[in-house]
Write a protein that binds this ligand. Structure first.
Ligand code: SAM
Ligand code: SF4
Length: 332
């Protein structure tokens, strides 16, 4: 290892989030507009070989131990299985996970597992077909439970479920989604809505806070706040449900930020490093790579990008500015 991805506040990034594409087969209202969002032109996207080269630099030279594929929707990238297979061949082998909306997962779960995928997070915001169609602007709810079942059947354990609650849309379903996950053995984590939507329509009023989520869940279940997990670098604070062993998590990025223990670095589908989801700046590795730079030169540029990481995301500061890139293009 030549260097660690260290910043001036002493944090070390060991967890790499790779956005494989900014494209998606859903249009979740809290993430993307119905239409009109510009996509990255194909020549700007990293090729499979280029993605692999950068992951290899991160794993072999920069101390990355976990690689999570995301997007956009990572499963719409044609080379995803091969990219996972080649990532799993790196030494030391990183832990490999993916965050997906579950569309197509029923068909691909076995191949993804065989390629080396260790874990999967599936986004599910509602159990109602009507609400799903309203929230995602697509009529595909049935694909998601099918994908979850397939992930579980092929042993992508633990299967985690991500849920974003929107006030007046799906927030009445918090306990139903928890019951669904408890019944199926999935680990549920609620994520607070963050100001990263492409339409810039986020507001504190529509965001359902961690406190509210816990209050809603407590109407049906006993959560044990005194037994909450110590978050460390894990963003979710988890609570035993009805005495355990099942737990439910809340990722309170806005109301209880965990920036002080963040261990992440991000690579966009067009080859830019972001040291934070909310960062204003990016470091272009694709340019270096296409200009023939050595692995060491790419690694040093990545080190520089992380060194400049801010202490916190600043969402709660007066004058906070949303980054230009939306969540779907950064990689959530
Ligand atoms: N398409 C995949 C999916 O939906 O799981 C992966 C990418 S998506 C950007 C990753 C996660 O970010 C999903 O769980 C999604 O619900 C969440 N997400 C998207 N926009 C968000 C926002 N503005 N605030 C909080 N979470 C968001
Ligand atoms: Fe697509 Fe995921 Fe964004 Fe929904 S949250 S629009 S599934 S990228």
């Amino acid at each position: 290892m030549t260097s660690a991805l260290l910043d001036t506040f002493g944090r070390v990034a060991t967890d790499l989030r790779v956005s494989l594409t900014d494209r998606c087969n859903l249009r979740c209202t809290y993430c993307m507009p119905a239409e009109g969002l510009a996509r990255l032109p194909k020549p700007e996207l990293l090729t499979d070989d280029e993605v692999l080269r950068l992951i290899e630099v991160a794993v072999t030279l920069l101390g990355i131990t976990e690689v999570r594929f995301t997007g956009g929707e990572p499963l719409v990238r044609r080379g995803v299985v091969d990219i996972i297979r080649r990532t799993a061949q790196l030494a030391p082998r990183p832990t490999i996970s993916a965050t997906t909306n579950g569309i197509g997962l029923a068909r691909t779960a076995g191949a993804l597992r065989d390629a080396g995928l260790d874990r999967v997070n599936v986004s599910l915001d509602t159990l109602s077909e009507t609400v799903f169609a309203e929230l995602t602007r697509r009529d595909r709810l049935a694909d998601v439970p099918a994908g979850l079942a397939a992930a579980s059947a092929v042993g992508l354990a633990p299967v985690k479920v991500n849920t974003v609650l929107m006030r007046g849309v799906n927030d009445h379903e918090a306990s139903d989604i928890l019951d669904y996950c408890l019944d199926h053995g999935f680990e549920l984590r609620f994520i607070e809505h963050m100001p990263l939507d492409a339409q810039h329509q986020w507001s504190r009023e529509t965001m359902v806070t961690a406190e509210e989520i816990l209050e809603r869940l407590s109407r049906r279940h006993t959560l044990s706040p005194e037994l909450a997990s110590i978050r460390g670098s894990a963003p979710a604070e988890t609570f035993p449900v009805d005495g355990g062993p099942a737990r439910v998590g809340v990722i309170a990025s806005v109301t209880r930020p965990f920036c002080g223990s963040c261990d992440r670095t991000r690579l966009t589908a067009d080859g830019r490093v972001r040291n934070c989801l909310f960062a204003q700046g990016e470091t272009d590795l694709r340019g270096l790579l296409r200009a023939g730079a050595s692995d060491e030169a790419i690694a040093q540029s990545w080190v520089g990008a992380m060194w400049a990481k801010q202490p916190g995301h600043g969402v709660n500061d007066v004058g906070y500015l949303q980054p230009d890139r939306p969540m779907s293009a950064i990689g959530g």
